[in-house]
Design a protein around this ligand. Structure first.
Ligand code: ADP
Length: 286
């Protein structure tokens, strides 16, 4: 495990995600582990030396501004792109998922910000899109609509979403509710790891709260969650581990017991760079 490059200047708060597990995760094999992973696009260094762990019943938050490498990280974990160097393990086994289907078959489900839903189709239809159960046989085989309606309602209820009418077009739901349906869907189809791409980025405070509640529900259902965000407040509300990226490099990796929200916010805002700037603007050269 490579220690993170910490250019934040903080001491004592940076526990390597590999060594300082959250309570109860010590000694357990992570569901997903990246160890010193790098990815280049031609000469562009999109990620360099990034390490993280995702445990069952934990939420690992990946924080960073634009260009930090968050999307690249999602693409590697979800099997869309492959890393160049370092190690990617699923359940302790070295791996290199060949495609998103491959990653999904191994239990990694990714919910993208621009959800792939058909807005005019009912909620239940979107819930089962591509995996519709059928009944009957031979020429009488047809979609089991009743089962899909009942299952969708029950699964959403299990996540705490009481949707009165699963026949309404999914496009009539709010952005937050649509994210929740996508999370419930991944749980239903047996995901072990849920990767969420900035699920609260386009939402207001109330809707963000609703989504974070379901992110926590997925965690409580025993999934390992990767939450990509640029909002330290949202991350700190639910996260156990925090990985900070900047221009493709890992500039911090903390477990919850070693970092406060104030410190996480400070590091996200630029940490020492911001302090230097303040001193410069105040003409304080000491
Ligand atoms: P983020 O999602 O945090 O905004 P990205 O992972 O999209 O960051 O990008 C990290 C860096 O890699 C950026 O400098 C970006 O320009 C570069 N990059 C990402 N994808 C590609 C690509 N397909 N080809 C070339 N450069 C890329």
């Amino acid at each position: 495990m490579t220690r993170p490059t910490d250019d934040t200047g903080t001491t004592g708060t940076t526990g390597s995600a590999g060594s300082a597990g959250s309570a109860g995760s010590a000694g357990r094999t992570p569901l997903v582990e990246l160890d010193d992973v790098s990815k280049y696009y031609g000469n562009v260094r999109a990620l360099e030396g990034v390490s993280l762990e995702v445990h069952a019943g934990d939420i690992t938050c990946v924080l960073g501004d634009n260009g930090a490498g968050k999307s690249t990280l999602i693409k590697i974990i979800s099997g869309l792109h492959q890393h160049d160097t370092g190690t990617f393990r699923i359940d302790g086994e070295d791996t290199r998922p060949a495609s998103p289907r491959d990653a999904l078959d191994r239990g990694i489900a990714t919910v993208y910000q621009d959800l792939a839903v058909v807005p005019l189709m009912p909620v239940w239809r979107n819930f089962f899109l591509g995996s519709e159960p059928r009944k009957g046989s031979g020429p009488f085989k047809r979609l089991d609509v009743d089962l899909m309606r009942r299952t969708t309602h029950a699964e959403l209820l299990r996540m705490g979403i009481d949707l009165r009418d699963v026949d309404q077009p999914i496009g009539t739901l709010s952005g937050g509710e649509r994210q929740c349906v996508a999370i419930a869907r991944a749980v239903h189809f047996g995901a072990k790891v849920l990767v969420l791409d900035e699920p609260t980025a386009a939402l207001g405070v109330k809707q963000s709260g609703v989504v974070l509640k379901y992110v926590a529900a997925a965690r409580d259902a025993g999934l390992g969650v990767v939450l990509i965000t640029h909002n330290p407040h949202h991350a700190y509300l639910v996260g156990n581990r925090f990985v900070l990226l900047k221009r493709g490099r890992m500039v911090g990796s903390h477990t919850r017991e070693y970092i406060t929200l104030d410190e996480l916010t400070r590091q996200m805002a630029g940490g020492n760079e911001l302090d230097d700037l303040r001193h410069e603007l105040q003409g304080d050269t000491a």
